[in-house]
Design a protein. Sequence first.
Length: 482
Amino acid sequence: MIEGKIVRVSGPVVEARGMKGAKMYDVVRVGDENLIGEIIRLNQDMATIQVYEETTGLKPGEKVVSTGNPLSAELGPGLITSIFDGIQRPLVQIKESVGDFITRGVDVPALDRKKKWDFKPLVKKGDKVTSGDVIGEVRETSLVTHRIMIPPGIEGKIRDIVDEGKYIVEDIIAKVETKEGQKEIKLMHRWPVRKGRPYRKKLDPTAPLITGQRVVDTFFPIAKGGTAAIPGGFGTGKTVMLHQLAKWSDADIIVYIGCGERGNEMTDVLREFPELKDPKSGEPLMNRTILIANTSNMPVAARDASVYTGITLAEYYRDMGYDVALMADSTSRWAEAMREISGRLEEMPGEEGYPAYLASRLAEFYERAGRVITLGSGEREGSVSVVGAVSPPGGDFSEPVAQNTLRIVKVFWALDSDLADRRHFPAINWLRSYSLYVDSVREHWEQIGKGWADLRTKAMTLLQKEAELQEIVKLVGPDALP
């Protein structure tokens, strides 16, 4: 165990000496209250740490202890219907143990250690297994069957597997004989959030993600495994649009990340989703939803973790063969957190004060979307579709976050304040928006209704002509028209 001492505190950034042997992105416990932090820079025995909790009261001389592990998500039954903070602490359990406010240094495991799950084995002793193979099932909710998989990096022969019955997430359900020795498989495992989960092959997205919004599905479709951005100024309906997609899109699982936005927006989701019914099954929508709430009044550094935690949970369900839709509201707040941390680190600022690595961090996040053939035997397909809201100050689409996002994503739904002022929702401007998935999903739509592409083109042409005529009307006035 590596232990150092705090030498400097600057907002969410702490510097500690005596950390020789620690690794980048190791999780550390900071100060006497054991605050959670992550090493983001190493220089000889000096470690720079971003702390995911409020640092008020920390002082030089307090201890910093490295856990030796990267920031990881717990993956197993019990994720669906849960609401976590940015570092995957369950907010409901925290409320039960310490009250309405999150106490600093509180340590509650993400998955319930007491709840028993009905496990049904699908393999038997002596079977050969490899990474990604499904060895059993747990009925997580009425909508989701949780497939227990061999974690990546394990391959061998089943030496022992439990009978059908009730087990907690920490129970050993199987033992696998590998070349390196015997490995124990539990209902849960951990995975570093900054590392994308492996898959066998990436596929072209060809099936549309049906959203239930006609302007999206007809004019600017997104494919399953695709990426989209919703930029718009204040009050144009970004969050409402994301809520609509989360409610009615035909994904199997929804991961909703509230990153730096207002707490009442997460409250709306928590109130509405249990009452709304899934159109396919008639079950509450909450039974397919995971919420990550890192609201504007929570520590800024944890916004960084919330985005990576959300995409890791989405990839986990993708590996089971589900179509997952991830909503990030808003990536601009995440970028602002990067800007603040970068400023505290005294790094050279880029455009508008954002760090020079803003584009690569955004790309790193969006490229984890996609439709894939998963690891394991059998042709199991899954997808992660990512929709990110962008909140440019004053609705200025030329600012760095909007511009860098546009370079990466393939669908651009531009929200228009004029349409929003006229109460035209969703306020998607049909002249400024575009989708690069139109050709990819054409075959799917043509099978359902012949001539879809021609009708779409005609409709777009009509809308463009209408915009031209509106310009003439503004020049000559409506009274001069015949």
